[in-house]
Design a binder for this molecule. Sequence first.
Ligand SMILES: Cc1ncc(C[n+]2csc(CCOP(=O)(O)OP(=O)(O)O)c2C)c(N)n1
Length: 706
Amino acid sequence: MPIVDSKSNAVRKSYSVAELIQAANTMRGYNLIALCAAGSGHSGGTLSIMDVTAALYLHVARHDPENPYWENRDRIIWSAGHKAPALYLGLAMAGYFPVEDVVRLRKLYAPYQGHPHWLKLPGVEISSGSLGQGLSVAVGICLAARLDKKDYRVYCITGDGEHQEGQIWEAIMEAGAYKLDNLCCILDKNRLQIDGWVKDVMPIDPIAEKYRSFGWNVIEIDGHNMHQILAAFDKAAKHKGQPTVIICHTTKGKGVSFMENVAGWHGKAPNKAEMVKGLEELGLHYRIDYEELLKRAAEYQAEATAKLTAKVPKFSRDYFWNQQEKMKVEMKATRFGFGEALEALGDDKRVCCIGADISGSIAISKFYEKYPERMERWISVGIAEQSGTNVAAGLAKEGKLPVFGTYGVFAAGRNLDQLRTTVCYGNFNVLIAGAHGGVSVGPDGATHQALEDLFQICGLPNMHVSVPADALETKKATEHLLLSIQGPKYIRFAREATPVVTTPDTPFIWGMPNVYRYRGEKDRFLDAFEVKTLDSYENEGEHLTIVACGPMVPEALRAAWILKEEFGIETRVINLHTLKSPSTHPNETIPNQKFLIQAALETGVVLTAEEHQIGGLAHRVSYVLHTAPELYGRPLAFGSVGVKDRFGESGQPWELMWEFEVSAEHIAAKAKELYDRAKGKDGGVKVSTPTPKRKAASRRKPGGKK
Ligand SMILES: Cc1ncc(C[n+]2csc(CCOP(=O)(O)OP(=O)(O)O)c2C)c(N)n1
């Protein structure tokens, strides 16, 4: 059934097979342009699913672009949320919105999020991006259709790597048991995932037999042959008493020679030259005006930037990283410090690293990259965070030093019960790495930005938690956790390159915060601060204290610089790299919390700064201060900078730091407000001038792309 008018049931537009083939080709072209304009995104898997997408949205599914919420529409569920650009193109070609709009992909405030969000874009059926969840939703929708006696069909798009998730198999079992013949699962079997070939990462075959044994009707086709695709959908619709899976044999990167069958193109966007080459290969370089589309993308970006910068607190000059003659700083992502520690310690035969298919991205691959002899201690579990966590527990039980790492959203959330009951209750010596902490993850959007992991993790008894300030400190913290801390442990780090604010000589004492004092502008940002451990610090009568962790420490330092230069305010910045350490500091909410209490007593104003929902850090510090007898009856102005109970969204890392109000500019403004209120002045931030020296629009994010 093609696209219909939901009121009259008349066909709005029908496509011949030749037209569908052509549409899929055109969609591939727009896909490349959208990805290029975004500067990031998933090329390989969007190209492999494009023929099926064209068939579904333009011919197979019954839906009405003019009435996206029509109750009788067929539902198309994208469990593989990273293929979002293909979904957007399916909708655009069907008429939900102009196809040119997809060049706003992954841009701030646009509905075309890095991973789809159904509350932002009509036509998107669910929000996805955490793999393995969509098929269960599809089962639920099928059951609802049955209860409501509706005859719509439900299509669910999945990947082959995604079939490593246990939840997929729970859903497959349910659909088989309930004989959901209104369900059609599409498996994009392009044989690749992020870490390489599916058969090497964690084989899923014989997949057809597995589905059959769970009570499914199985159809296998060439997923790029439009005749076979249409025939398969037709057969699936006619098959009664069982759900159907269409196993589509496809090529990752299909249609662009240099992307085909190359794992590296999984999560990479083409640059302009690559895009043009791709368009040439698709025969589209004269047919689609890509220059005009890129111009459109740039215009949209300029609008978004203007809207954003209007909201950012302004000062008499631009204090952004490396924008001045002096105060230069090196940028390096904290995740690399984690990788370097594993590289350095990997010869210890007890160390085993467990991979969950994003090894390069979180740098855990440094454990084995140059050391083939370590491969026997590299355990790839595939996209299986729950099992991977407990595999680590098993290894720890037998005396190994296991490290399990993935994005923080999946390393702390997906496996929370496994962490709680097996790892923490059993008090196993497992190191969990939560990568991609915070909104600065950028264009992947909400589903990939860990903003709640400290709530999840710090709430677990026995768990040790470290959030180091920069790449170097991440290396030191990883080494310490791995070799010197016995018990469950979590290290949080980030994706984006952030300032290096320590040296090899900077003290790193587990459980002992460092204090930073701004001493005046220097050529190097690092030299502008004096650093000491908090126990060796003597009160200088500062006006306020900022307590920060992770890459928010450099932001807090930049805020201290702003506060001094703009308002003469002296700040004590505390780097709380150890958030929790029950084995070394029992009965303390925060290790060595007496020094925090002392800082509160001495300055009277405390501001916390975290790239997390407010509370991961703030609630812990607040609890310490508000239960300290030393502070009973004493005035204390307490404030917090962090994400304010919102999900993240797509955008460039530094755009999001501003949009979510977690930049140094926001810390400085909040600190000034707190300080004024504490001193009895009227509230509000009295910044010196609203005119920035240089247009914030021209600010560039530091560091490179993934
Ligand atoms: C729960 C979860 N773990 C990890 C990821 C990160 N991730 C995104 S895509 C991907 C690989 C998916 O492979 P596959 O299903 O084969 O998709 P395709 O190759 O077709 O793009 C991974 C691991 C995620 N999005 N969700």
